[in-house]
Write a protein that binds this ligand. Structure first.
Ligand code: GLC
Ligand code: GLC
Length: 650
C-alpha cells in the first residue's frame, strides 16, 4: 500500500526529470534508486511530510543524486560495484588507520603525497585527513568552521592536488577518509553572510531569533560544549540583529535541518567529496543534528532519520562510500548511529568507540581494569556490517563519557572518581606521571575533560625530563599496551599522527592568541621529520615505539579472527588488573586468540583455570605478537607490568 504511494511519486519524479539528466546512462543508478526509494520516501515524509512543497523537495533530492551520479568517474563507479559484491570489505583486519592534520603532518597536500611511504612503512592503509576546506583565519576550530564546502584551503592545496592524492592512494591500496562538517558552518560561509545581510531564505538555514524568548527556553536543557571559550548556545549577531544558535564556538552556526533545503545542500556536499575520491566520509558532530526545546539537543530521533536518509541517498549514488559517525555520546546512544536494523534502517557503518577509549584511560589512571571490564560488559552489541573505530588519542579531548552506573558497580563514587581521573591526568595527583591539561572545565557542573598527547599522558615527557630510565620504559610499554588493545578489540584501529613516534605535548599554541584558550592544540603537533628519522636508530625512543607498532600492525593483519564479526568474548578473571578477552572464529575453534592485558606496573598472574574453555586444549600458548611462549609459574600465566599477550595455542 505505502509502496504504491512511493512508486507513484517516483514515477512522477522520473517523468519530470530534466532531459539532460535522462539522456545519461543511468542503469545502475535507477536500479539502486528503485531499491532504496521506498526507504528514502518514508524518511523524507517523516521529516518533512507536512510541508506543502514536499513533492518538490523530493524531486530536488532525486535530481541531486542523479547529477552527482553522472559526475561520478568510471573508476569510482567500478569500485562501487566491486564493493557492493564484497560488502563486508571494511570489516577485515587488514585495515589500520591514522588520523592527521595535513599541515601538521606534511605542510600541504603535495607534501602529504610525498610522505605516503611513511604509512606503508608502518602498515597504515587508511588515512583520515582532517578538514582541509577553507576556514577563516583565527576562527577555524581546527578546520571545523568551514566557510566553503566545495573548496580546499589554498594553504593546503587545490582540488586537483586532492584528486591526485586520492588516485595515488588508491593505487597503493590506502583508503582516504575526509570530513564533512554536517552540523554547522563558519559565520563566514556564504549562507551565513546572506543571512546576516537579511535574506530570510538563508536565515532559515540556521536557527535565528529576534528575541531571547526561544533561546532561553532552549538553554534550560542544553549543556555547554565549550564552556570556557564559548559559554551558552546562542550568539547575538550585530549585523543580522538576531540571535543565532551556536552550540560549539560562537563563530560556528548550527544548521537547521528542519529545513529540507539544508538537508539537500548537505547531501550535495557529501556526494561532492565522495566524487573527489574519498572512500569514507567522517560526519562530524552527528549527535547534534536535531534541536528540540526541552531536550539536550543531542541524539534526537530525527538526527537518526537524517543520517539514515543521507545513507540511503549515498547508497544510490556512491554505494562504495562509507560513513563514520562522530558521536561522542553514551554507549547506549552511540550504538544507535549504526542504525536500528541492518535491513530497514542503516546509518553509519563505522562509529568512534569513545567508550572504549575513555575506559582505557581509566585503566591507565587506576592501574587496574575494573571499570574497563565493567564498561565493556555493558557495551551493547552492535549490528552486523558495522564496525568501531578504536582509538587511544585523537585531535579532541578525552571526555570521561562512561556510565555512572558502571562506576558505581565498581564501588567507586562517580563524582569523586571522575575528579580523580582529571587530577591524575593533569598531574595534580601525587603519584601521577601524566602531563595532561584540563579542557572544557565547567564551573557550574564541575565537569572537565582532558587534553594532552599520548606520550605526555603516558608519562614519557616527565620521564625524559628527569632522565628516569624505568619511567621511559614504562611509558613506552603503556603506549604499546594501549595500541595492543585497539588493534585486537574488533574494529578499525585509528592511530593518531605523532603517536607512533612518541610525540610529546607541543606548547607553542600558548603564544597564539587564537589558540591559547583551547588546550586541545597541545596535542595537535607539527611533525619534526628530523626527529622522526630517529625511528630508524635502534635504541632511540622513536625506534622502540615505531618498530613495535610496525610489528603489531603486521601481525594484526595476519590474524583473521581480528576481523570484526562481533566475534569477541569478554572473559572475567579474578585478578582485577587484567583485561582479558577472546577473539574467535564464528564457524569453528580454529585460530582463536586470547588477549591478556596487564594495566598494572607490576607483573601479574592469571590462573589458567580462570580461563574455562579458553584454557589451552592440548598444547601451550604462544604470544603471536612477540612470537614466544609466555612464562608460566605454578599453573599461572605471568604477565609483565604494562604487558599484553595475543595468545594462540601451538
Ligand atoms: C567535532 C570535532 C571537533 C570540533 C567539533 C565542532 O567534535 O572533532 O574538533 O571542535 O566537532 O565542529
Ligand atoms: C563534542 C565535541 C568534541 C569533544 C566531545 C567530547 O563532540 O565536538 O570536541 O571532544 O564533545 O567532549
Amino acid at each position: 500500500m505505502y509502496e504504491q504511494v512511493a512508486h507513484s511519486l517516483l514515477n512522477d519524479i522520473l517523468n519530470r526529470i530534466k532531459p539532460e539528466i535522462c539522456q545519461q546512462d543511468l542503469r545502475h543508478f535507477y536500479t539502486r534508486l528503485g531499491a532504496n526509494f521506498y526507504a528514502i520516501h518514508s524518511l523524507l515524509e517523516k521529516l518533512y511530510g507536512d510541508r506543502a512543497d514536499f513533492n518538490q523537495q523530493a524531486q530536488s533530492l532525486v535530481e541531486t543524486m542523479a547529477k552527482k551520479y553522472i559526475k561520478r568517474s568510471a573508476k569510482l563507479r567500478q569500485l562501487d560495484l566491486a564493493r557492493e559484491k564484497d560488502y563486508n570489505w571494511f570489516l577485515s583486519q587488514k585495515w589500520v588507520g591514522m588520523a592527521l592534520y595535513c599541515q601538521g603532518f606534511a605542510d600541504d597536500l603535495t607534501g602529504l603525497r610525498e610522505r605516503l611511504n611513511y604509512f606503508q612503512e608502518l602498515g597504515v592503509n587508511l588515512v583520515h585527513v582532517m578538514p582541509i576546506m577553507p576556514c577563516p583565519e583565527g576562527s577555524s576550530d581546527g578546520g571545523y568552521a568551514i566557510s566553503d564546502f566545495h573548496e580546499i584551503d589554498p594553504q593546503v592545496g587545490t582540488l586537483q592536488d586532492l584528486i591526485g592524492l586520492a588516485d595515488e592512494m588508491r593505487e597503493r591500496d590506502i583508503l582516504l577518509v575526509l570530513d564533512v562538517v554536517v552540523n554547522h558552518t563558519s559565520n563566514h560561509h556564504y549562507w551565513a553572510q546572506e543571512a546576516r545581510a537579511g535574506d530570510s531564505i538563508y536565515q532559515d538555514y540556521y536557527y535565528t531569533f529576534e528575541t531571547r524568548t526561544v533561546p532561553d527556553m532552549f538553554e534550560q536543557s542544553m549543556p555547554e560544549i565549550f564552556p570556557e571559550t564559548a559559554p551558552g548556545n546562542f550568539t547575538w549577531d550585530e549585523e543580522m540583529g538576531r540571535w543565532v544558535m551556536t552550540v560549539f564556538n560562537d563563530f560556528q552556526w548550527d544548521l537547521n535541518y528542519s529545513n529540507p533545503a539544508v538537508l539537500i545542500e548537505m547531501l550535495n556536499i557529501i556526494l561532492f567529496w565522495a566524487n573527489q575520491g574519498a572512500d569514507i566520509l567522517r560526519l562530524d558532530a552527528v549527535a547534534f543534528l536535531w534541536k528540540k526545546i526541552g531536550s539536550t539537543c543531542q541524539n534526537e530521533r530525527e538526527a537518526h532519520l537524517i543520517l539514515q536518509l543521507l545513507k540511503d541517498c549515498c547508497q544510490v549514488t556512491a554505494p562504495g562510500v562509507l560513513f563514520i559517525a562522530e558521536a561522542i555520546v553514551a554507549p547506549v546512544e552511540v550504538i544507535k548511529y549504526f542504525g536500528e536494523d541492518a535491513v530497514i534502517a542503516k546509518e553509519c557503518e563505522i562509529a568512534y568507540n569513545a567508550t572504549f577509549m575513555a575506559l582505557l584511560w581509566d585503566a591507565v589512571a587506576t592501574k587496574n581494569a575494573r571499570l574497563l571490564n565493567q564498561g565493556i560488559k555493558s557495551l551493547p552489541v552492535k549490528l552486523e556490517r558495522a564496525t568501531w573505530l578504536n582509538y587511544v588519542r585523537c585531535h579532541d579531548d578525552i571526555g570521561l563519557g562512561f556510565d555512572d552506573r558502571d562506576i558505581l558497580l565498581c564501588d567507586y563514587r562517580p563524582a569523586r572518581h571522575r575528579k580523580f581521573l582529571i587530577d591524575y591526568f593533569t598531574g595534580q595527583f601525587a603519584d601521577s606521571h601524566a602531563r595532561g591539561l584540563p579542557f572544557g572545565q565547567n564551573e557550574k557542573t564541575g565537569d572537565a575533560r582532558i587534553s594532552g598527547s599520548l606520550a605526555s599522558l603516558a608519562g614519557l615527557e616527565r620521564a625524559l625530563e628527569i632522565g628516569a630510565e624505568r619511567g621511559i620504559d614504562d611509558a613506552i610499554k603503556l603506549i604499546l599496551l594501549l595500541h595492543g588493545m585497539i588493534m585486537s578489540f574488533g574494529g578499525i584501529p585509528l592511530l593518531y599522527y605523532g603517536d607512533a613516534l612518541g610525540t610529546l605535548n607541543d606548547d607553542s599554541y600558548r603564544s597564539d592568541p587564537h589558540k591559547m584558550g583551547d588546550t586541545r592544540w597541545v596535542h595537535r603537533p607539527s611533525i619534526n621529520w628530523e626527529t622522526a628519522a630517529r625511528r630508524n636508530i635502534p635504541g632511540s625512543v622513536e625506534y622502540k615505539i615505531f618498530s613495535a607498532l610496525k610489528r603489531m600492525i603486521a601481525v594484526r593483519k595476519e590474524i583473521t579472527v581480528f576481523a570484526d564479526f562481533n566475534n569477541r568474548e569478554l572473559i572475567e578473571v579474578e585478578n582485577p588488573h587484567l583485561f582479558v578477552f577472546g577473539r574467535y572464529n564464528l564457524n569453528n575453534q580454529a585460530g582463536r586468540v586470547l588477549i591478556v592485558a596487564n594495566f598494572n606496573d607490576r607483573p601479574q598472574h592469571l590462573d589458567v583455570a580462570d580461563l574455562g574453555t579458553w584454557a589451552p586444549q592440548y598444547g601451550r600458548f604462544v604470544d603471536l605478537y612477540k612470537g614466544e611462549s609466555p612464562d608460566v609459574f605454578k599453573k599461572s600465566l605471568v604477565i609483565p607490568g604494562f604487558g599484553f599477550y595475543w595468545l594462540s595455542e601451538s
